[in-house]
Ligand binder design. Structure first.
Ligand SMILES: [Zn+2]
Length: 554
């Protein structure tokens, strides 16, 4: 008897620990189905949509399709009566007209490469060497130094290392400042409002690619360390008759400082008056583990211009108001980007369309299905307490532009936006799960606890109660070399302190290739992952309290 009683007591304890299933939530989850997913995605990722490149007719078709769905479902158009939110995208053509050092003109492409935005003439009499340009807690190149309005030179890759041990981490593992795709360093320097950046790659890899979007000033050019651009000075040639230049948001106010990438030899010329070479300064930092920032006399003369050509681009917004008199002022955003990378440019290509079925036709499909579930619940008298915004973003592939613009100009104030659940690629099996027994029952979850433990717990709870997927947190790491946390639209919400969860299946051989086709999508898998997002949203929309931000951004 005793034993039985104990077992019973244990059993009830276990039950109590699991959240109760809500039969109403489950009823509407069933609307999110493999069949419906296939219907949507077979249209969105068809060849007719030509890979949905921002500014091209295929993206326009996708936007129209999504808006028509929103309308049919009864979502409210909240942009002055429209579902379309104009995103001020431009093709910006940046040109360095002249760049001279101590009176000697330097040649673009060999002596330097410049990227950026804005139009300006610069005549500076000195530069500030700021080492690695890193501002960690235990190592800060800018401590006590004012670089506002100054030309600064910095080491654009790596971090202070002695005997292969990082000064910042104290281990052989590099910090988040050194990730090949990390924008942290450039953003930190830009936040101090310098006049111009002279970036010197110290070699040894890790220089990495330019950051995407997120320029400190929200202007056309990213603030990241620039890739070595073609001799012309940063602009990429347009394809298919599009104007040459780089796609970005139209400049608002002052553009951030431009970045001029120079080799060590050019750096040495600039540093000449200091009596030290670039390599010597870098060595001194590495050996001592302390910043060696100095001001050096040098004449820097630069003149650059940017011409902007507008590109038609819209986010598609659908709103479902909550029914609680107080809580309805708070909003949960569910986002996914509908744009992709467009047509194949290679002459003679057999498959001419990058369909973007997984990226991010799958997320767009998930978003539409979740919208159907919530609108049906509301029609049946089971409306949610908080409000829900479906945000279908444009320009993600061009640098998270749709979400960058939205979060800089939110239609609903971000103070009332309690969470963004972002879906980007949920229809396929990523590299690491191919051939594994769990291949159809996992999803990578990124960022859930970065700002809010409550949000992380809500995501876990929804999964444990309903979907039982393997939630893989492998990429939930600021030091992850792939930097997935910064690579989709949720990042722009997180930058503003809005807690986010990013759902992702990982990359695969067809990532950003014509092979990302509808035929390769796993429909039950897509639906199940979308159901997880739905259940998590259901919890957040109806919980008595919103998730507390207990790890605010610095
Ligand atoms: Zn994507």
């Amino acid at each position: 008897m005793k034993k039985t009683l104990l077992s019973l007591a244990l059993a009830s304890l276990v039950t109590a620990a699991l959240a109760q299933q809500d039969p109403i939530a489950m009823k509407y989850a069933k609307i999110i189905s493999p069949e419906l997913a296939k219907q949507h995605l077979s249209i969105i990722a068809s060849d007719e949509f030509e890979g949905r490149e921002t500014g091209q007719p295929g993206a326009e078709k996708a936007a129209q399709y999504i808006a028509a769905e929103f309308k049919a479902l009864g979502l409210q158009p909240i942009v002055k009566g429209s579902y379309f939110y104009d995103v001020h995208v431009v093709n910006a053509l940046f040109k360095m007209n002249s760049f001279a050092l101590n009176g000697t003109p330097l040649a673009s492409g060999t002596d330097f490469n410049a990227t950026g935005a804005g139009t300006k003439t610069i005549n500076a009499k000195d530069i500030v060497f700021i080492g690695y340009g890193i501002g960690a807690n235990n190592y800060d190149d800018l401590k006590g130094i004012d670089i506002k309005g100054k030309v600064v030179m910095y080491i654009s890759n790596g971090e202070p290392m002695k005997d292969s041990v990082s000064k910042i981490t104290g281990t052989k593992t590099l910090s988040e400042w050194s990730g090949a795709r990390s924008r942290k360093r450039a953003e930190y320097i830009q936040s101090k409002k310098p006049l111009m950046l002279l970036a010197v790659n110290a070699g040894g890899g890790g220089g990495g690619r330019g950051g995407r979007g997120g320029g400190a000033g929200g202007a056309a050019a990213p603030a990241g360390t620039p890739p070595a651009a073609g001799g012309g000075g940063g602009g990429r040639g347009g394809a298919g008759g599009a104007p040459a230049g780089r796609m970005g948001l139209a400049a608002e106010g002052e553009a951030p400082a431009i970045t001029v990438t120079i080799p060590a030899a050019t750096a040495d010329m600039i540093l000449k008056a200091s009596g030290k070479t670039f390599a010597e300064l870098k060595d001194a930092i590495d050996k001592s583990g302390t910043p060696q920032s100095i001001t050096v006399k040098a004449d820097i003369a630069a003149d650059y211009t940017t011409t902007e050509t507008p590109v038609k681009a819209v986010d598609v917004l659908g709103f479902l108001p909550g029914n609680d008199p107080k809580l309805k002022d708070e909003v949960v955003v569910i986002s996914a980007h509908y744009d992709h990378i467009g047509l194949v440019r290679t002459p003679g290509a057999v498959d001419k369309v990058n369909n973007g079925a997984d990226d991010d036709g799958s997320g767009t499909t998930g978003l539409l299905e979740i919208a159907r579930a919530f609108t049906q619940a509301q029609k049946d008298g089971h409306g949610q307490k908080r409000s829900l915004l479906f945000l279908s973003n444009v320009g993600e592939e061009k640098g998270l532009l749709g979400s960058l613009y939205y979060t800089n100009h939110p239609v609903i104030p971000l103070e009332r936006t309690i969470t963004d659940l972002n879906i980007d690629m949920i229809g396929r099996v990523g590299f690491e799960y191919i051939g594994k027994p769990d291949s159809s029952n996992y999803v990578y979850v990124i960022g859930s606890g970065m700002l809010s433990t409550d949000l992380h717990n809500a995501g876990e709870r929804a999964n444990k109660t309903y979907t039982n997927l393997i939630l893989d947190y492998k990429y939930d790491d600021l030091n992850d070399p792939n930097s997935f946390y910064t690579r989709s639209d949720h990042y722009n919400f997180a930058k503003h302190g809005v807690p986010i969860i990013f759902y992702f299946n990982g990359t695969h051989a067809d990532y950003h290739k014509p092979g990302d086709e509808v035929s390769k999508i796993g429909w039950p898998m897509l639906a199940k992952r979308a159901q997880l997002v739905y259940y998590t949203a259901w919890d957040l929309l109806n919980a008595p309290k919103k998730p507390v931000v207990d790890h605010p951004i610095k």
